[in-house]
Ligand binder design. Structure first.
Ligand SMILES: Nc1ncnc2c1ncn2[C@@H]1O[C@H](COP(=O)(O)OP(=O)(O)O)[C@@H](O)[C@H]1O
Ligand SMILES: [Mg+2]
Length: 262
């Protein structure tokens, strides 16, 4: 299966890697569904060159209120730990989701779970419940990939989003805090028995190799394949302008990443 979740500390390049991997896979003729499961950052669509984000899956199912009703119902019917099913069907076929709730072009389909839109609107937990149910039921076609871009940090592990994927990419930048966060993600991934790999992104040529700080834990986890992505001024500039970056110079490293994912 090709169901991948991208996780890491804020700003390390999760969304960029989601974009770069998706573009590369599409160039190989592999269709990709991208699920934006980050409730805070509102701009994943821009990476892919879409002027507007798709309407959210949260809006599709009737908003947070609809989830709260399902939650209450599940609590009423359960003794203790409730199993919440937001979608009545056991399998979700993307074709059955109306066009306004997805953005599509050249083999790429972008889906958004839901965003925080207003102050004091309440916590993002309903979106977590929705994302978990959606991802675990979304069906893929042969050769299709699913890439889930997540909110920074570890909360999605607590919510169980990873149940809907079989591979995890932990992304870090070469600094201690980000590497330690990636170390946790690798540990969690292994506990959940998911194939997990580590990407160290934005590595300056001078720090390539082992010259940057690597926490002891990561050294011990050296059985996890790790891939180094260089810092690129082109990517940096494109993001400054809100433009879609070119990934042609990353072909070799993306090829390596896909080999590790297979
Ligand atoms: N390899 C890279 N080289 C240069 N800039 C990068 C690279 N990867 C990501 N960036 C930039 O870093 C910033 C944060 O990346 P983003 O993907 O939004 O992080 P995250 O999704 O982890 O919060 C963006 O401006 C992005 O363009
Ligand atoms: Mg992001």
């Amino acid at each position: 299966m090709n169901r991948i979740l991208v996780a890491g500390k804020g700003g390390v390049g999760k969304s960029f890697l989601t974009f770069a991997l998706a573009e590369y896979l599409v160039s190989l003729g592999r269709p990709v569904i991208i699920v934006d499961a980050d409730e805070s950052n509102q701009s994943l669509h821009r990476w892919f060159g879409f002027a507007e984000p798709p309407c959210s899956i949260l809006d599709f199912i009737g908003g947070k209120g609809a989830i709260k009703v399902k939650l209450r119902e599940a609590l009423r019917q359960s003794q203790g730990d409730p199993r919440v099913s937001i979608f009545n069907d056991q399998a979700i076929d993307l074709n059955l989701i109306p066009e306004e709730f997805k953005k599509t072009r050249d083999g790429i389909t972008l889906i958004s779970i839901g965003k925080i839109k207003e102050p004091l609107e309440g916590c993002a937990c309903p979106m977590g419940v929705l994302a978990k149910d959606f991802l675990s039921k979304l069906t893929l076609r042969a050769k299709e990939y699913l890439i889930v871009d997540t909110e920074a940090g570890l909360e999605h592990f607590g919510r169980g989003l990873e149940q809907g994927v079989d591979k995890i990419i932990a992304v870090a930048e070469p600094y201690l805090d980000a590497l330690e966060m990636a170390e946790r993600i690798v540990e969690f991934g292994e506990k959940l028995q998911k194939k997990t790999l580590l990407i160290i992104n934005k590595v300056m040529p001078s720090s390539e190799g082992a010259n940057f700080v690597v926490p002891e834990g990561l050294r011990r986890l050296n059985k996890v394949p790790s891939i180094i992505f260089p810092f690129s001024f082109e990517i940096y500039e494109a993001s400054l302008k809100g433009e879609k970056p070119k990934i042609d110079k990353l072909t070799k490293v993306l090829e390596k990443l896909v080999l590790h994912l297979e």
